[in-house]
Design a protein around this ligand. Structure first.
Ligand code: ZN
Length: 416
């Protein structure tokens, strides 16, 4: 299962409107559109870059100016704010009508927070001041010095995402380091959510990145060895401390993340395709469980791991959404300690990282697989009694599952 394709996907898809509630009911979301932000690198020439820089600077300054006025006069309503400062924004900062409006919208959103000043030099564009030529792969943006056309550098994956989009609704221009990106807001038709015939439970971990309730495992060994290689390289370079070492350090930073990103793409794709093919919903532990799972001593590793988990969950969610596969989140408590055969819950049920062995009935099997089954059971219970919500769906597994206790890999219950 170690299909670690090193395709370069320099794209980042963020699903909007994400909320992981503990009691995530398997509600069928019938909204027919979904929005994704597709990040594309753009490569302006020197003159264009100058224009983009000036636009980003002016836009940020205008935001801070508008914020100051909003605070002083306590105006947070979009329309009142527009009446008060629109003209000034255009004259003072040379913004086009639409960019001035975007400033006002951004500032009005800060209401209620102890509004801090704007630091990031990003510019918000709506579809009237941003357009994309998909054939030529050029994005056209309005700046403080007129309209500019900038070529995009995109991968096949991004190309497909852009072509599949029903429409592109503006985006954000962002500068990161020396590179420029445009985060395009793409809208997609969402297929109606399927009514699942069963569920696929997925347990996330470190040794095994993901294990599903069919017993399929996605090993993390390769990923861990790659991380270890990066860690050694980093510490060598840090010790060296020379200028060239620092340059190299900077260069390799981000590579590790990109690699984990690629691995997650492969795994999430596989899981979602399987669920779709078999007409099942995907059940995952609530994020809180993931945080508890990541109990490592080194803080930087913890950060990397929890980032990778969140990223994998996000990828599963957006891929599922685009194929109509429902995703349910369940209460993570005791998923790795509960016996699927007799329901006994005890820490000692898991004598080692890899093994589950029930101290009450002797039932045993690979620990991650058992956890994935428990997750599936909870998810299915949430489907059967949706009003109870997933949190109270910690039904006693023995009421559903009948396993032979001497089997190593017991067959899953009928609904899985
Ligand atoms: Zn047991």
């Amino acid at each position: 299962m170690q299909e670690y394709v090193t395709m370069v996907i320099a794209m980042n898809v963020l699903e909007e409107n994400k909320n992981h509630s503990l009691t995530s009911e398997p509600c069928y979301n019938h909204s027919s559109m979904s929005t994704l932000s597709v990040k594309c690198k753009i490569v302006p020439d020197a003159i264009t870059e100058e224009k983009l820089s000036r636009t980003a600077e002016n836009f940020t300054e205008a935001c801070n100016y508008a914020l100051k006025v909003a605070k002083e006069k306590n105006i947070w309503n979009k329309f009142s704010l527009q009446r008060a400062i629109y003209k000034e924004l255009r004259e003072k900062f040379g913004l086009s009508a639409n960019l001035a409006i975007q400033v006002i919208i951004r500032v009005a959103k800060r209401k209620g927070r102890r509004a801090k000043s704007f630091k990031s030099r990003s510019v918000t564009y709506d579809q009237r001041i941003l357009s994309v030529n998909l054939d030529k792969e050029i994005v056209s943006l309005s700046t403080v010095n007129g309209r500019v056309k900038v070529p995009m550098h995109i991968s096949d994956y991004q190309r497909r995402m852009l072509h599949e989009a029903k429409s592109i609704h503006g985006g954000h221009l962002v500068k990161k380091g020396n590179d420029w990106y445009i985060h395009l807001t793409c809208e997609y038709d969402t297929p109606s959510v399927i009514k699942p015939k069963g569920v696929l439970g997925v347990d996330l971990g470190i040794i095994n990145i993901a294990t599903d309730s069919d017993g399929e495992t996605f090993s993390g060994k390769h990923l861990l060895s790659v991380r270890e290689r990066y860690r050694r390289l980093r510490s060598r370079l840090q010790k060296k401390g020379t200028k060239s070492a620092k340059r190299l350090l900077k260069k390799i930073s981000g590579r590790e993340r990109r690699f984990a990103n690629d691995v997650n793409h492969v795994i999430s794709k596989r899981i979602v395709e399987k669920a779709q093919r078999t007409g099942r919903a995907i059940v995952l532990e609530d994020l809180k469980g993931i945080r508890n799972r990541v109990r490592l001593r080194k803080p930087q590793r913890t950060t990397m791991h929890s980032w990778a988990f969140r990223d994998l969950i996000q990828k599963i969610e957006y891929k599922a959404q685009r194929t109509g596969v429902p995703v349910v989140f369940v209460e993570p408590k005791n998923t790795s300690r509960t016996c699927p055969s007799c329901g006994h819950i005890e820490k000692a049920n898991r004598p080692t990282q890899a093994l589950f062995k029930c101290v009450a009935c002797g039932y045993s099997g690979p620990a991650d697989y058992i956890a994935a089954m428990n997750i599936a059971v909870r998810g299915w219970a949430a489907f059967i009694q949706p009003n109870a919500g997933a949190q109270s769906a910690t039904c006693k597994p023995q009421t559903v599952i009948q396993f032979e206790t001497d089997e190593i890999l017991p067959g899953p219950p009928a609904f899985l």
